[in-house]
Design a protein around this ligand. Structure first.
Ligand SMILES: Nc1nc2c(ncn2[C@@H]2O[C@H](COP(=O)(O)OP(=O)(O)OP(=O)(O)O)[C@@H](O)[C@H]2O)c(=O)[nH]1
Ligand SMILES: [Mg+2]
Length: 291
C-alpha cells in the first residue's frame, strides 16, 4: 500500500518557505533571497521514501498585490491551499507574527488542517520564540520550532507531516525532486543571482526568459541563451553595470549553479532588455511562465 500527502507551504513573504523546502529535500529546488516576493509560482518539491511520498507546494509569500504579477502570485498561493491535504504555515520568529500572518491564518480554507512552523529560531533568543508561539496559540494549531537554515527541528517536522499520509497511487517517480521544467529552473537561477546582486526595488521588476537550451552532444556542453527583462532603461544600466561587470557577475554565478544542476559544462549568454510595465501585461506574464 502506497501513501501520499500534499502539503502547501504558506506564509508571508520572506519567512523562509523556500529555504525550508530545500532543507527538507536536501537539494536546491526553489530559489531563495533576502528580498521579499522571491517565489513567484507554485514550486513543487517531492519527498519520496519507502512506501510514501510527501508533495510540497511552495508558494509565493502573501502580500498586497501592486500589479498583475502580484495578483497572479497571491492567487497561486491561495490555490495551493485548496489543493493540499494540510497547510504548513511558516512564521518568522525574527520579525514576529504580524497582522498579515494573523489575517492569513484566518483566511485559510475551512476544514484543512494547519501546522505552524516557527522558523529562524537560530536567529533569536528562546524567549523571543516563546513570545511568538504564545501570540499564535489562540489559533489552536500545533506548532513546531525549526531553523530551516541550520536544519534544527526539520526532521521532526517531516515526521509530524506523516500523519496526513493517505492511501494513494504514486503521483511522481521516486527519483523526481520537482516538476519544474529545466528551462524554468535555469531562469530562476539567473533571477536569484540578480536578486542577490541588485539593491532595493529593481529586483521585483526583473523577469528571466530562457530562449535557448541545447546540448551540444559532440562537445558535451549545454548552450543556454537567456534574457533578463527589466521595466526601465535605468534599471537595464544597473543590471549591466560598469563595463558589464554586474551582468558578468550574475551570469557567472548562475552558470556555476546550472552546471551543478545539469551535471555538465554550460555556455551561458545573457542579454538585458527593457519591457516597460511587463508585470501588467498578460502576454509578457505568459511568456515568463506566470500564468
Ligand atoms: N537566520 C535564518 N534565516 C533564514 C532561515 N530560513 C530562511 N532564512 C533567510 O530568510 C530569507 C528569506 O528566505 P526564503 O526562503 O527566500 O523565504 P520565502 O518565505 O520563500 O520568501 P518569498 O518567496 O519571498 O515568499 C533568506 O535570506 C534566507 O536565507 C532560518 O532558519 N534562519
Ligand atoms: Mg520563496
Amino acid at each position: 500500500m502506497f501513501r501520499s500527502a500534499f502539503v502547501a507551504l504558506m506564509g508571508s513573504a520572506n519567512v523562509g518557505k523556500s529555504t525550508l523546502l530545500n532543507a527538507i529535500l536536501g537539494a536546491k529546488v526553489a530559489i531563495v533571497s533576502k528580498k521579499p516576493q522571491t517565489t513567484r509560482t507554485r514550486v513543487t518539491g517531492i519527498y519520496t521514501r519507502e512506501g510514501y511520498q510527501i508533495v510540497f507546494l511552495d508558494t509565493p509569500g502573501i502580500h498586497e498585490p501592486k500589479n498583475k504579477l502580484g495578483e497572479y502570485m497571491v492567487k497561486t498561493a491561495e490555490g495551493a491551499a485548496r489543493d493540499a491535504d494540510v497547510v504548513l504555515f511558516v512564521a518568522d520568529v525574527k520579525t514576529g507574527a504580524r497582522e498579515r500572518d494573523r489575517a492569513l491564518l484566518e483566511k485559510l480554507p475551512a476544514g484543512i488542517p494547519v501546522l505552524i512552523a516557527l522558523n529562524k529560531t537560530d536567529a533569536v533568543s528562546e524567549e523571543r520564540t516563546a513570545e511568538v508561539e504564545q501570540s499564535l496559540a489562540p489559533f489552536g494549531h500545533k506548532m513546531l520550532r525549526i531553523s530551516a537554515a541550520t536544519g534544527d527541528g526539520v526532521p521532526a517536522l517531516v515526521d509530524e507531516l506523516k500523519q496526513y499520509l493517505t492511501e494513494s497511487p504514486m503521483f511522481y517517480p521516486a527519483d523526481m525532486l520537482t516538476d519544474q521544467p529545466p528551462a524554468m529552473m535555469l531562469a530562476e537561477l539567473i533571477r536569484e543571482k540578480a536578486l542577490k546582486g541588485i539593491g532595493k526595488e529593481i529586483p521585483h521588476g526583473i523577469g528571466v526568459e530562457i530562449e535557448k537550451m541545447e546540448k551540444d552532444e559532440k562537445k558535451g556542453i549545454f548552450n543556454v541563451d537567456a534574457v533578463i527583462y527589466t521595466e526601465k532603461d535605468s534599471h537595464k544600466g544597473i543590471i549591466i553595470g560598469a563595463g558589464g561587470s554586474m551582468l558578468k557577475k550574475i551570469a557567472s554565478a548562475a552558470r556555476a549553479d546550472m552546471e551543478e544542476l545539469l551535471h555538465g559544462k554550460v555556455f551561458l549568454q545573457v542579454w538585458v532588455k527593457v519591457k516597460p510595465d511587463w508585470r501588467n501585461k498578460q502576454s509578457a506574464l505568459r511568456a515568463l511562465g506566470y500564468e
